[in-house]
Structures are given as structure tokens and as C-alpha cells.
Design a protein around this ligand. Structure first.
Ligand SMILES: [Zn+2]
Length: 286
């Protein structure tokens, strides 16, 4: 079948943390969707900020789950612990429960004890965590926007205990040093009110913290920008740093679209980014 010619200009995607996470950690249809969306662009650019968010968020939740299975030696106790977490945290238990559901979907049908099941899943998680981390710079055509204040420290298994540790989740700052993004952000203070405006009506801790750091940059730029300020930028980072000829590729359109639009940029979801070989009129073979 001849391929349908799309656009003559090369397509470029700026990859956010949700797509990186799905591509690296999800062995399910959601992961397939992210991986095929990445193939739909001529260029896929991954900012190191997304690696930082991936490591301090989803990868850390997988590590938490691994260590919980290790310490309880029980799948049922692990699930109960996640249930307790749900009353005061959302993302960590939700990610962990999804991970268990995926493991159960691919698990063997034979009968196992609670402890055997915990051990089987823990082993699978350990392999998944290490593979995801080692592939983080290989799923896109380029990695960009290196962060001089952040080092990508490897998560590792402690030989004696079998526990995973995940050091270096935030920027490394010493004494009066600011986050390495501070000077570039402070040179474009006019963008901050646009982003704050775009977030009107959004509630929740993540949005409140993002608004706080944008206000701090806009109103008191002489105050140093901390490692926590950097982490709290979150989705705003992608709107600020995506190249103007790129599209922000994300599964979280609800949060990204207003921020991107405020700065004249575009955010699209994996459904709008079909591989070019599938975009022709011919249906695929069953
Ligand atoms: Zn930083």
C-alpha cells in the first residue's frame, strides 16, 4: 500500500512525563499507545525535566511498591497498605494499584501462596524498574534541556536487604545556589502572569503549588529559586520550554492545554498522533 504523504515539514514532539512514563513502565494498551505515538513524529524531544519528574514520581512509586512487597512478603498486606495510603495520597497508591493490576493480567494462572505471589511480582517490578531507568534516554530521538543542577542518579538495589533506593530526586543545590532554571525563567517574567491566568479555577495541591512558584518568580524575582520551586513548576515547565515548532505530547491534556495555549503553543494527546503508516485509508489486516 502506498503511504499517504502528510506534511512536508518534519513533525516534532516535546515529550512530557506522562508519555515517558507510559512508554517505559506500562506493558499494557496504554503503554502501546504511548510507544506508537512516539513513532508518529519525525523528531521526539525529551527534556531532562521529564526524566526528573519520572524519577521522583512514577518510578519512585514503583520502587515503593517493590519495597513494600519485600518487607511484607505478602500481596494482600501490600494491597491493604496501599488502601490506607489512599486516604491521604492519591498518585502513589493509584500508580501502585495499576501496576499490580497489570502484573496480575500477565501473571501465570497456577495457584500460588500470597507470599509466592508477592515475590513473583516483586521480581517483575525490579526488572521493570531497572529496564525503564536504563531505557529512559532511548525512547525518543533526542534528549534536550540538560539540567546542570540535577544529576540522574541511578536507583539501585541494596545487596544486603534487597531494597531499592532512589537517591537524588530533586535538584542538587548548595548554599546560596539557585536552581539552574532560575536565570532563564527570570529573564521572561512576562510569561508568568499568562500562565497564572491560564490556571484560573484549577484547584488541588499540585495546581496551588504551581501557582505559588509562578507568583514567586513574577513578584519577588530576587528571592532564590529552590529545588522545591523547580519541582513544583510541573506541567508549566513544558509550556515554557517546548520549542515553538513542536507539539507537547501528553496524556494530561486537561492541564497542559491551557498552559500551552497561554504561551502560543500546542498540546496534543497520543490519540491524535497516529503512526504515519496507519493514517492512510487502508484498514490494517486483522
Ligand atoms: Zn531545578
Amino acid at each position: 500500500m502506498p503511504r499517504k504523504q502528510e506534511s512536508l515539514s518534519p513533525s516534532k514532539a516535546y515529550i512530557d512525563t506522562t508519555i515517558l512514563t507510559d512508554a517505559l513502565l506500562k506493558k499494557n494498551p496504554q503503554g502501546d499507545k504511548a510507544r506508537s505515538a512516539l513513532k508518529a513524529f519525525d523528531a521526539t524531544i525529551l527534556p531532562v525535566y521529564a526524566i526528573k519528574e519520572f524519577k521522583s514520581g512514577p518510578l519512585d512509586y514503583f520502587i515503593y511498591l517493590h519495597n513494600k512487597l519485600l518487607s511484607t512478603k505478602s500481596l494482600s498486606q501490600t494491597l491493604r497498605a496501599l488502601g490506607t495510603l489512599l486516604s491521604y495520597q492519591k498518585n502513589r497508591p493509584r500508580t501502585a494499584i495499576d501496576a499490580i493490576a497489570d502484573l496480575m493480567a500477565s501473571g501465570p494462572p497456577r495457584k500460588m501462596t500470597d507470599e509466592e505471589q508477592a515475590d513473583l511480582f516483586r521480581g517483575a517490578l525490579a526488572r521493570l524498574i531497572l529496564a525503564a531507568w536504563s531505557k529512559r534516554r532511548k525512547v525518543t530521538t533526542a534528549v534536550s534541556d540538560e539540567l546542570s543542577c540535577y544529576s540522574e542518579t541511578d536507583p539501585k538495589i541494596e545487596i544486603r536487604t534487597g531494597r531499592f533506593s532512589n537517591p537524588g530526586k530533586i535538584c542538587k543545590l548548595y548554599g546560596p545556589n539557585e536552581c539552574c532554571l532560575a536565570s532563564s525563567l527570570k529573564s521572561r517574567l512576562g510569561d508568568m502572569p499568562k500562565l497564572i491566568d491560564a490556571m484560573k479555577g484549577q484547584t488541588g495541591r499540585e495546581h496551588t503549588r504551581r501557582r505559588e512558584v509562578l507568583h514567586k518568580l513574577a513578584n519577588t524575582p530576587k528571592k532564590p529559586m529552590s529545588a522545591f520551586d523547580c519541582a513544583r513548576l510541573g506541567d508549566a515547565y513544558f509550556a515554557l520550554y517546548a520549542p515553538s515548532d513542536s507539539k507537547i505530547l501528553t496524556t494530561n491534556l486537561r492541564d497542559h492545554i491551557p498552559l500551552a495555549t497561554a504561551l502560543g503553543k500546542t498540546a496534543i494527546g497520543p490519540d491524535s498522533a497516529r503512526p504515519r503508516s496507519e493514517s492512510g485509508e487502508s484498514a490494517r489486516q486483522p
